[in-house]
Design a protein around this ligand. Sequence first.
Ligand code: GUN
Length: 285
Amino acid sequence: MTAQIIDGVALSASIREQIAQRAAALTAAGRRPGLAVVLVGEDPASQVYVRNKVSACEKAGFKSELHRMPADTTQAALLAKVDELNKDSSIHGILVQLPLPAHLSSHDVIEAIASEKDVDGFHVSNAGLLMTGKPLFRPCTPYGVMKMLELTGINLRGAEAVVIGASNIVGKPQAMLLLQAGATVTLCNSKTKDLKAHCQRADVLVVATGRAKMITGDMIKPGAVVIDVGINRMDDGKLCGDVDFDSAKEVAAWITPVPGGVGPMTITMLLQNTLEAVERSEVAS
Ligand code: GUN
């Protein structure tokens, strides 16, 4: 079997077109969507991610601000920046790029973001709303994965879904969203015994471990849907996922590539969340 590709670039293009149309209508009504991205330090990967987010916003017609702060920024200075953005009515979404330098508390910074501007969906009130089945903002990467599954026509009701990696950014919210879509969910972590046995049961396998090519074809159930959230740079400079694409595609029915799979969908759902923030703020005013 050779798997069919779930093309995140193509799916993103059509969603972003609709988002741009909604943004144009909001702008015409004097409510141009605005996203502020805060980057602390010089982490090379974060710089690329942030540049892609800002550029996608501009292409969709959003107002987009990048606030760069030095690596030795104090917690107080970062909290003051968040407070300033909370009060700025032209900004509907605030994203502080993670990871932060080790001397800063990402928890305290996330909690300082106004929950109605928390387009990452990381604030405890947004995490709680997601947990109780009433999400306001869904974290962008798991939201993008759900959109890919929906647009590919994958039926999740009763499916065995296995998520590998239990981070707050991907794994935990991903498990919640899959559960709410009717899947039976297993959430694996770095201590999981016999990871292979869990993987082999998965009708839908979502991999977010941060370890290059960790999941190989022999670990995958024939006909499974394999979603690779990883993005790793190899010694030759090329990008690869957490799944060994070449062996996995011989077993799976559907698979996402890296690059060009989940990555573009994450940014698309950031635009979607920002748009939803504007639309909600209109209803409230
Ligand atoms: N770092 C890696 N992924 C993300 C994300 O989705 N949001 C933020 N703020 N930082 C990240």
